[in-house]
Design a protein around this ligand. Structure first.
Ligand code: ATP
Ligand code: MG
Length: 758
C-alpha cells in the first residue's frame, strides 16, 4: 500500500483504524487533515463505496483540495464522495427532503443580506426603534438561538432568555424571531442557520429519513471539529448513531468561532459520547520551522483553558521571527510589499509562496495599495464574494423569482429594477395588501387589479407577466439560454450597458462573467440535470474562492486570519499587531474573549512554513481619524530570543534625522498585565523590547509656541517628542512641520497644537 508511505506511525494507525469512533486532537501542522485525506483514500481502496462516505470540511476550498488529492490515489471514483461544508452538504440533502418539513424543494437560500433586509422590514412594520432593535443585533440573536436549536416558540417560553431580553429593553425579540420565521416560511426561504436547524428538525421528526442517511453515510469524518456548534454537533451525532464509524479531528488551540456559537465542549465531550473511542496523538509538526513552532507553543501557553499538547518540529531551526514596525498603516503596507518583492527575488520564490494575514477585512486596503504600486499581483480571499455584488444579486433575484415566486426578498429587489414605474408607495401597498389578506406578495402581484389603483395595477401586472414568461422559458430551455433571455428581457443588461462609467462597464462584464459561468455549467459532462434551477440551487453558498477564474495564477494571498484556517504558506506576514486591533477592542472585556483572540494569533503564526513576519504600525487611520497605536500584548508574550527586530527608517530623506541614529535601540517599556488598561510609566515593571505609545511628561502643559524655530525640540501631548523641520504660513495660521520620533513627519497648525518647547 504505497499510499500509506507518507505517514508516520501514529498517522498511519489513525488511517487504518476505519471502524468505530476515532478522535485526533493535535496541534497545528501535525497532519490532521492529511490523516482524513488518506483515510478516505484508504476506505475506498478497501472497497467502501464512495457514496457511503461523508466528509465535512470547513471551507469549500478545503473540500476541493482534499478531493483532488484523493483522486490522485483512487482515481475518478473520488467524485462520488459526499464532501463539503456542513452548509453545502445539508442544503443538498434538504433539496431532496424539504417537502417533508413543509418547504418546497426549490426553496431559496437567503444570504445574510436578505435576512437582514427582511428583519429591517419587520422591525419597521412593528415600529420598533432601530437603534435598540438594530438589525445586526437581532440577526445575531436569532442566529445564536438557531445554532443552539432553540425555535421561536421555545425562545418565547424560555424564562432565562426572556429575562435577559426584558432587562436589555428588548422584550419583543421573541416575537420578532417568530415573525421572521413565519415570513421566511411563507417566502419558501431558509437562511444560512436554517440549513442546519431544519436538518435537525428533519432528522428529529422523520425517523425514516434519519435511518436512510444513517445507512447511507456508513463512514463520517469531520475536519476542524473544534469549530462545530451545537446544531452541527447534533447532526453528526445522529448520523453516526448506528454505525459509529466516525472520525473527528481538531485542535482546541485553534477554536476561533466561539463568537458564532462554536463550542469547544464538542471536542472535550466526545469521549463521553463514545466510550469506545480510540484517541490518536500527533505531536510532530511537519509544516513549520522549529522557531515558528516554538513561538506558537509559547504563545498558546498563556491561555489557561487548554489541553496540554507536546508539539515539536524536526524541520530546520529556521530564521528568527521578524518583527517590523511602521509609522502608519500605509507605511506598513509599503514595507511588506517591498519585503515580498525582495524576498521573492533573493529567495527565488513565487508570489504564490506569500500570504498577508490580517484581523479585519478593512486592513486589506493599505496592503493592496502598496502591492499595486510595486506591481505585485495579489488575490483577496473571502472578501466580497462575486455573488454578493449588486448586479449579480439583481440578476440572480430574477432567477430566484422565476423558480420561487414567493421569494419575498427577491421580489422586493427587482420589482422596480430596472425602473418600470412601480414606485415605493405602490410597493408599500403590495406589502400591506399581502399582510392584511395573509397572502404572499406574489399573490397580490398576480391579482393586482383587486388590490391597487388602475395605473399602479397595470405596471405591477406587467411585471407579473414578465416573470411568468420567464417561468415558461426556464422550463423549456437550457440553463444558458434561459439565463441570457432573462438578463435581456428583464432590461438589466441594457441598463448596465447604458452606464458608460468605469464601474458600469465592470458591472456589465460581471454579468457576462456570470453568464459564462452558466454556460460552462451547462456544458459539463459530469452532471445530468443542467437546468438553470440546478445551477441556482446553491449559489447563495458560493464564496469568492469558488469563482476563481484562474486558480493557478501566481499571486500573493491576502485574507483574514479566520479564512486562513487549515492553509499553509512558506512566507507569512501577520499585520496590524496593535492593541485594540489584534487583540481586538471587543475582546478585552473577558478572559474567554481574549483567549479566543490569542488562539486566533496561534492560528495565524502556524500558517507559516519557513518565514514569519509580524508587523505593527504606531499610527493608523481608524474611523476617519489618525489614532496612535500601541504594539500588541501578543508581541510581548513571545520570548525575545526568537525575535529579530526590524525598524526601518521611514523615508530616505529621513535617514539623516538624528532620531534614527539609535533607532534599533529605541525600545521603550510596555505594561505586561494582560487584563488591565495601560498603566502610567511608573507602574511598569517588565522590560519589553517594544516601544510604547507616548505618555506625556509629568505636568505636561502646552506652552507658548510663538518663538518656535526650525531645529527646536518639542513635545506633543500625543505624538511625543520631535524636532521642528519647517515653519510656514503667516500668523495666526502658522504651520509647523515636525518630525516626531515615533510617528514620523506631521504638519500641525500651531494655534491648535498641544505642544511644548523642550
Ligand atoms: P492545521 O491544524 O493547521 O489544520 P493539520 O494538522 O491539518 O494542520 P496538515 O495540513 O494535514 O496539518 O499537515 C501540515 C503539513 O505537513 C502539510 O503540508 C502536510 O502535507 C505535511 N505532512 C503531514 N504529515 C506528514 C508526513 N508524515 N510526512 C510528510 N509531510 C507531512
Ligand atoms: Mg488541517
Amino acid at each position: 500500500m504505497e499510499y500509506l508511505q507518507g505517514l508516520n506511525s501514529s498517522q498511519r494507525a489513525a488511517v487504518l483504524q476505519i471502524n468505530g469512533p476515532v478522535m485526533i486532537v493535535a496541534g497545528a501542522g501535525s497532519g490532521k487533515t492529511r490523516v482524513i485525506t488518506y483515510r478516505v483514500a484508504h476506505l475506498i481502496k478497501s472497497d467502501v463505496d464512495p457514496f457511503n462516505i461523508l466528509v465535512l470540511t470547513f471551507t469549500n476550498k478545503a473540500a476541493k483540495e482534499m478531493r483532488e488529492r484523493i483522486t490522485k490515489v483512487v482515481g475518478p471514483e473520488a467524485k462520488n464522495i459526499w464532501m463539503g461544508t456542513f452548509h453545502s452538504v445539508f442544503a443538498k440533502i434538504l433539496r431532496v427532503e424539504a417537502e417533508k418539513i413543509g418547504y418546497p424543494n426549490n426553496f431559496t437560500i437567503y444570504d445574510t443580506d436578505d435576512s437582514k433586509s427582511l428583519l429591517r422590514a419587520i422591525l419597521k412594520e412593528q415600529q420598533l426603534d432601530d437603534k435598540l432593535y438594530n438589525a445586526n443585533f437581532v440577526y445575531n440573536r436569532i442566529s445564536s438561538a438557531k445554532n443552539n436549536l432553540i425555535s421561536a416558540a421555545e425562545y418565547q417560553k424560555n424564562e432565562h432568555i426572556q429575562a435577559e431580553d426584558f432587562s436589555s429593553g428588548r422584550g419583543r425579540l421573541g416575537e420578532i424571531y417568530q415573525l421572521y420565521t413565519q415570513r421566511c416560511f411563507k417566502a419558501g426561504a431558509m437562511d444560512f442557520d436554517d440549513l442546519l436547524f431544519k436538518t435537525n428538525v428533519l432528522l428529529k421528526e422523520h425517523p425514516d429519513v434519519l435511518y436512510k442517511y444513517q445507512n447511507k453515510f456508513k463512514y463520517l469524518m469531520v475536519d476542524e471539529y473544534q469549530d462545530t456548534n451545537f446544531s452541527q454537533y447534533l447532526i453528526v451525532k445522529k448520523l453516526a448513531a448506528i454505525n459509529e464509524n466516525i472520525c473527528v479531528v481538531g485542535d482546541d488551540a485553534q477554536s476561533i468561532y466561539a463568537f458564532r456559537g462554536a463550542n469547544i465542549q464538542n471536542i472535550l465531550n466526545f469521549e463521553k459520547d463514545y466510550p469506545d473511542l480510540k484517541v490518536f496523538k500527533l505531536e510532530q509538526n511537519y509544516r513549520s520551522t522549529q522557531n515558528i513552532v516554538n513561538v506558537a507553543n509559547s504563545i498558546i501557553a498563556n491561555n489557561k483553558n487548554q489541553l496540554k499538547k507536546n508539539v515539536f518540529s524536526e524541520n530546520e531551526t529556521g530564521d528568527k521571527i521578524r518583527v517590523s514596525r511602521a509609522f502608519s498603516d500605509n507605511e506598513e503596507g509599503k514595507m511588506i510589499a517591498e519585503s515580498i518583492a525582495q524576498e521573492r527575488a533573493v529567495g527565488g520564490l513565487r508570489y504564490h509562496d506569500f500570504a498577508i494575514l490580517y484581523r479585519t477585512n478593512a486592513q486589506s486596503r493599505a496592503m493592496e495599495e502598496a502591492l499595486r504600486k510595486l506591481n505585485v499581483p495579489y488575490k483577496i480571499y473571502g472578501g466580497l464574494s462575486f455573488y454578493q455584488r449588486k448586479e449579480i444579486k439583481d440578476l440572480i433575484a430574477y432567477f430566484r423569482l422565476t423558480f420561487n415566486p414567493n421569494d419575498e426578498e427577491a421580489l422586493k429587489r427587482v420589482i422596480n429594477y430596472p425602473r418600470r414605474g412601480i414606485g415605493d408607495t405602490t410597493v408599500e401597498r403590495v406589502i400591506i395588501a399581502a399582510d392584511q389578506n395573509n397572502i404572499t406578495l406574489w399573490e397580490v402581484v398576480t391579482d393586482a387589479g383587486k388590490y391597487l389603483d388602475s395605473r399602479s395595477a397595470t405596471a405591477v401586472s406587467n411585471f407579473a407577466t414578465l416573470i411568468q414568461s420567464f417561468q415558461v422559458i426556464a422550463k423549456n430551455q437550457g440553463a444558458y439560454d434561459a439565463a441570457l433571455h432573462i438578463s435581456q428581457h428583464s432590461g438589466l443588461l441594457k441598463d448596465l450597458y447604458e452606464d458608460k462609467s468605469v464601474e458600469g462597464l465592470s458591472r456589465y462584464e460581471n454579468i457576462q462573467e456570470l453568464l459564462n459561468g452558466i454556460k460552462e455549467f451547462a456544458e459539463r459532462e459530469d452532471i445530468a440535470e443542467k437546468g438553470l434551477d440546478v445551477f441556482m440551487q446553491d449559489v447563495a453558498l458560493l464564496t469568492n474562492d469558488d469563482n476563481d477564474k484562474n486558480p493557478d495564477a501566481d499571486t500573493v494571498s491576502l485574507m483574514t486570519i479566520h479564512s486562513a484556517k487549515g492553509l499553509e504558506f512558506p512566507n507569512v506576514y501577520v499585520v496590524g499587531l496593535e492593541e485594540n486591533l489584534f487583540p481586538s477592542q471587543m475582546s478585552l472585556n473577558s478572559r474567554s474573549d481574549l483567549e479566543e483572540e490569542r488562539r486566533l494569533f496561534y492560528v495565524a503564526i502556524t500558517r507559516a512554513e519557513k518565514k514569519l513576519t509580524l508587523s505593527y504600525a504606531t499610527s493608523r487611520y481608524r474611523w476617519g481619524t489618525l489614532t496612535s497605536c500601541e504594539p500588541s500584548r501578543f508581541l510581548d508574550e513571545i520570548d525575545a530570543k526568537y525575535l529579530e527586530l526590524e525598524f526601518r527608517p521611514r523615508q530616505k530623506s529621513v535617514d539623516k534625522n538624528p532620531f534614527f541614529d539609535n533607532e534599533r535601540s529605541a525600545w521603550g517599556q510596555k505594561q505586561n498585565d494582560t487584563f488591565s488598561k495601560p498603566k502610567p510609566p511608573a507602574a511598569q515593571k517588565t522590560t519589553s523590547i517594544l516601544p510604547k505609545a507616548h505618555v506625556p511628561s509629568p505636568g505636561f502643559a502646552p506652552s507658548d509656541t510663538s518663538g518656535l524655530q526650525v531645529g527646536m525640540e518639542v513635545e506633543h501631548e500625543r505624538f511625543g517628542f520631535g524636532k521642528v523641520i519647517n515653519i510656514e504660513g503667516s500668523k495666526p495660521d502658522l504651520k509647523a512641520t515636525i518630525f516626531f520620533k515615533e510617528l514620523g513627519q506631521k504638519q500641525l497648525l500651531l494655534k491648535f497644537a498641544k505642544l511644548r518647547i523642550v
